[in-house]
Design a protein around this ligand. Structure first.
Ligand SMILES: O=P(O)(O)OC[C@H]1O[C@H](OP(=O)(O)OP(=O)(O)O)[C@H](O)[C@@H]1O
Ligand SMILES: Nc1nc2[nH]cnc2c(=O)[nH]1
Ligand SMILES: [Mg+2]
Length: 160
């Protein structure tokens, strides 16, 4: 279980994805992008727009049920990307690195990039934008919703 949470807003995610696109441009041009579903889908869409790439393939790897890590399963292979030559793989983050390792085995010649990287997964990336401590759980905009919290002065109050 994580000891800390880091909330990423839509604005921050958009800025980080644009920054990743900027550092990816010198590594291109890319024939296509392979988005690691589901978390890589939105970052891949933002990056595809910035690097002017219209061919998007997906690979589906399921590892986590909420915060519990289980046995990774490939639900869909990235058939259109061959051995990955000329392709760019995009995921939202690497944590243990297990998902990245599986995807890299499927596409050994592709470039692997993600927005956020924890220390265990970092060596499996070619490029990332922000390092996050291992014990921090990243809350993406699609994981959260704004909710009412009472004013500090009323916290613990028994009246009203
Ligand atoms: O480095 P790892 O320890 O493998 O963790 C990273 C993976 O975990 C999350 O995906 P998840 O399995 O939760 O599926 P989702 O993208 O469909 O939400 C995240 O989107 C990465 O793909
Ligand atoms: N949302 C989210 N999914 C993950 N999958 C593996 N690590 C994480 C994390 O920190 N946040
Ligand atoms: Mg994922």
């Amino acid at each position: 279980m994580a000891t800390n949470y880091a909330t990423v807003t839509w604005d921050q995610l958009h800025r980080d994805a644009r920054q990743l696109a900027e550092i990816l441009i010198p590594r291109g041009p890319f024939k296509g992008i392979v988005a690691v579903t589901r978390g890589g889908l939105i970052p891949a869409a933002i990056i595809a727009r910035e690097i002017d790439c219209r061919l998007i393939e997906t690979v589906s790897v399921v590892t986590y049920d909420e915060e519990e890590q289980g046995q990774p399963m490939v639900l869909k292979a990235p058939a259109a990307a061959g051995d990955g030559e000329g392709f760019l793989i995009i995921d939202d983050l690497v944590d243990s690195g297990v998902t990245a390792q599986i995807v890299r085995q499927l596409l050994p010649k592709a470039v692997f990039a993600c927005l956020y990287a924890k220390p265990s997964g970092k060596p499996l990336t070619d490029l990332f934008v922000v390092e996050v401590p291992q014990e921090t759980w990243v809350l993406f905009p699609w994981d959260t919703a704004p909710l009412f919290i009472p004013p500090l002065a009323r916290k613990g109050s028994t009246a009203g």
